[in-house]
Design a protein around this ligand. Structure first.
Ligand SMILES: *Cc1c(COP(=O)(O)O)cnc(C)c1O
Length: 395
């Protein structure tokens, strides 16, 4: 297979020119960057005794996030999946509803829908942004739904479709403004999965603040980490209050009694994690600069390749370049796997995009549109090592 061989050579050359030789320990896809500041703040938190879900670091972390994203309200929670579950629940997604999600996403996007007792309804992606395709969604909904009593009904299943969850893939902003228009046409609530896109903007507006509500993740592999953690962003004051209440077991304020007024969640972020987050927020701009420099180097290195292209931020947007991505100019699963095998054998821990969600056993029966673009994308995308540390020394 000549093409497979030449793309393999080209891919290894790109990796080596950007990252150097992976001698000694393998180069991770994305690793956390923990330094003196993180140690200092976590130690201070431990010494304060305020280690659980009340404390000054939580308030500080939420304030820092609100300032950075320009969201009116931020509620820090235990992880991104919990954030998405609670966000969907709080906007009124009910058991038996369907919720539109891209099939090209991390499994949490669909699982959080299932946790509400609802059913993910998979739609196709846009080949440039890698996010949900608003035009394809409009087409699909026009053909397969009707509006009854103000509610969008799937004509095939008879179920209500209540929300849509756009996701900003690998940090690249999807066409969120166009998606908002389609959502308005079809009475869908927009819950933005911005788990991967802290530091990504459309124009000057931060991802996760376009929809009714949005979420971030601070898992260990994300751009900044709190160990595990997530946040809910919203500009709706009533919704913010409700989310905060539901995340805290719906407990009513009282000196000593256990009064709760709803079946709710224990999802608040502990102060220890928030202490780590406060340190990471102070370094976020540096991380973003380093990641952008790394992305520029990958983009440059890919220019001479005949078989590979670098996935650039969509025009009009700023990506955080969370996971840098190359794509095969001719999508082919065998070639993709050959490249993954060769790079991993040489110590570069590259990964494919996620297996499409509608192919996973628990979602094979779920409703869907045509998914041709996503199927091509998964056969062509490869994530390459993207840790900030590769450029942090130069900033
Ligand atoms: C990481 C991620 C999540 C979930 O975040 P966790 O903090 O790991 O629970 C949700 N959606 C997407 C697209 C993600 O990448």
């Amino acid at each position: 297979m000549a093409t497979s061989n030449s793309s393999k050579q080209e891919f290894l050359a790109v990796l080596e020119s950007v990252l150097g030789k992976a001698s000694g320990s393998p180069i991770a896809l994305h690793e956390p960057n923990i330094g003196a500041l993180e140690n200092e703040k976590v130690a201070d938190c431990l010494n304060s005794g305020w280690v659980s879900s009340v404390g000054e670091y939580i308030t500080q972390f939420e304030t820092d996030l609100a300032k950075f994203t320009n969201a009116k309200h931020v509620v820090a929670v235990v992880n991104g999946t919990a954030a998405l579950h609670l966000a969907l629940h709080a906007v009124g997604v009910k058991p038996g509803d369907e919720v539109i999600v891209p099939t090209l996403s991390f499994v949490a996007t669909a699982n959080s829908v299932s946790h509400c007792g609802a059913i993910p309804h998979f739609v196709d992606s846009d080949s440039q942004t890698l996010g949900l395709d608003p035009d394809a969604l409009r087409n699909h909904l026009s053909r397969n739904t009707s509006i009854r009593d103000g509610q969008l009904i799937n004509s095939k299943t008879g179920r209500r479709i209540s929300a849509v969850v756009p996701m900003h893939t690998f940090g690249h902003p999807m066409q969120i403004e166009k998606l908002l228009e389609v959502a308005a046409e079809f009475n869908l609530t927009v819950v933005e999965d911005a788990a991967e896109s802290i530091g990504s903007f459309v124009g000057k507006v931060h991802t996760g603040t376009f929809g009714k509500v949005g979420i971030l993740s601070f898992n260990g592999n994300k751009t900044i980490t709190t160990g595990g953690g997530g946040a809910i962003l919203t500009n709706d004051s009533m919704l913010a209050e409700r989310v905060r209440h539901l995340a805290t077991t719906a407990k009513l304020a009282h000196d000593y009694q256990y009064l709760h007024d709803a079946v709710a969640f224990n999802y608040r972020m502990p102060n220890i994690n928030a202490a780590l987050g406060c340190a990471q927020m102070q370094r976020l701009d540096q991380f973003l600069k380093a990641k952008r420099s790394l992305a520029e180097k990958y983009a440059q290195a890919c220019k001479i390749s005949q078989t590979l292209s670098f996935v650039d931020e969509p025009s009009g947007t700023t990506s955080n370049y969370w996971l840098n991505t190359v794509r095969l100019n001719s999508p082919d699963l065998k070639t993709r796997d050959a490249l993954l095998g060769a790079s991993r054998a040489d110590g570069y821990l590259c990964r494919p995009a996620w297996n499409l969600l509608h192919t996973l056993p628990m979602y094979q029966q779920a409703p869907r549109s045509e998914l041709k673009v996503a199927e091509e994308l998964v056969n062509s995308l490869i994530n390459v090592p993207s840790s900030a540390r590769h450029f942090l020394g130069n900033i």
